[in-house]
Design a binder for this molecule. Structure first.
Ligand code: PLP
Length: 380
């Protein structure tokens, strides 16, 4: 490990394999996974259909670049448009890159319509949009803003949840970028009222509503996209993390009226629409199509278990749940790992759970039992 750059506060565990929602370390110890590799392994580990799809595509055509068409990319774009109700997809490789694409689309859309000089994008306090320079500039949390200035100009941060503050938003705002449930910020859902107010403001000002569904998208919150439960459709939705069940794929889906903004030569990425990643995503979505009807019961079970810990209100939606534990949350996550549950933090003091959406009832129950014992011993 000594030759890996020291950019992560890694836990001292080496995982060697996984099956279902269970991970195994190099000593053979089993762990119930309540993290999904930070929301990625939506169909767990080594799902036979996923493995078959990836293996077959790898053995057939792994990469040709975006200078040509491929069948997996075309089929996946059709599927994502059908699931979102939007019209056109650009494929990238990660969440940050997906949001970079959305930011570029919004800037060009405004320039095409309004001319030069209007480029202001509003994002929300407590938001997280990625680690590239543009997405860091968009992110509304100061702790990510150390060390790396100067930032890209053209972003303002507005108070998440404050509908009346929208009245003061300058007319030269060309887009609003927001997560329907703020994940890294502490698992904080936007209310339907607030989301609809963002939509209204954008429609009234010919600005674009950009939904960052990198963490919430593709089944995580119970529906295909979190905005679908909030009563208003964005102009652009970004996705990544769970879409391909463990391989790097991200992108954006846009509605007709802005989808033609990005024209040949204006945006590109070599690995985008990689056939193996697209085949993985098609298999992932086919598995999730069968799994999603079972998700509400599992989500309720986990929600009730977290509520019973009496730590405070449980936040989130579907299998994206968080509860405030306090500043000792990293210690709690460390103890959970020791006792055989992989969990996450969010913000400074929130325990965040993102289990695979395919987790079995037995795995869920086992994880909940360990969670109960560990929280009691940690907070005793
Ligand atoms: N947007 C949101 C809402 C996220 O949660 C994340 C990652 O946690 C990102 C963007 C960045 O994604 P990536 O790490 O794939 O670049």
């Amino acid at each position: 490990m000594s030759h890996i750059m020291n950019t992560y506060a890694r836990f001292d565990v080496t995982f060697t394999r996984g099956e279902g929602a269970t991970l195994y370390d190099d000593a053979g110890k089993a762990y119930i996974d309540f993290a999904s590799g930070i929301g990625v392994n939506s169909v767990g580990y080594a799902h036979p259909e996923w493995v078959a799809a990836v293996s077959q595509q790898a053995a057939t055509l792994a990469h040709v670049s975006n200078l040509y068409h491929t069948q997996p990319a075309a089929a996946l774009a059709d599927k994502l448009c059908a699931l979102s109700g939007l019209d056109s997809v650009f494929f990238a490789n990660s969440g940050a890159e997906a949001n970079e694409g959305a930011i570029k689309l919004a800037r060009k859309y405004a320039r095409d319509k309004r001319g030069e000089g209007e480029y202001l994008i509003a994002t929300l306090t407590n938001s997280f949009h990625g680690r590239t320079m543009a997405t860091l500039s968009a992110t509304g949390q100061d702790k990510f803003h150390q060390h790396f200035d100067p930032f890209l100009k053209g972003f303002i941060h507005i108070d998440a949840h404050d509908v009346t503050a929208l009245n003061n938003l300058p007319d030269n705002v060309i887009a609003i970028l927001a997560e329907p449930v703020q994940g890294e910020g502490g698992v904080l859902p936007l209310t339907p009222d607030y989301w609809q107010a963002l939509r209204r403001w954008c429609s009234d000002h010919d600005a674009l509503l950009l939904a960052d569904e990198v963490q919430t998208g593709l089944g995580r919150t119970g529906g295909w996209f979190a905005y679908q439960a909030l009563g208003a459709t964005p102009d652009v939705v970004t996705f990544a993390k769970g879409v391909a069940g463990g391989l790097p794929l991200g992108g954006l889906i846009a509605t007709k009226h802005c989808a033609d903004t990005l024209t040949p030569g204006t945006h590109a990425t070599t690995f985008g629409a990689n056939p193996v990643c697209c085949a993985a995503a098609l298999a992932t979505l086919a598995i999730l199509e069968r799994e999603l009807p079972r998700l509400p019961a599992k989500a309720q079970r986990l929600n009730e278990a977290l509520t019973a810990l009496n730590l405070g209100p449980v936040r989130g939606a579907g299998l994206m749940l968080g509860v405030q534990v306090g500043p000792q949350v990293r210690d709690v996550v460390q103890r959970l790992l020791h006792n055989g549950v992989v969990a996450l933090t969010a913000g400074a003091d929130v325990l965040r759970l993102l289990p695979p959406l395919t987790i079995s009832d037995a795995e869920l129950d086992k994880g909940i039992t360990i969670l109960n014992q560990t929280i009691k011993e940690a907070l005793a």
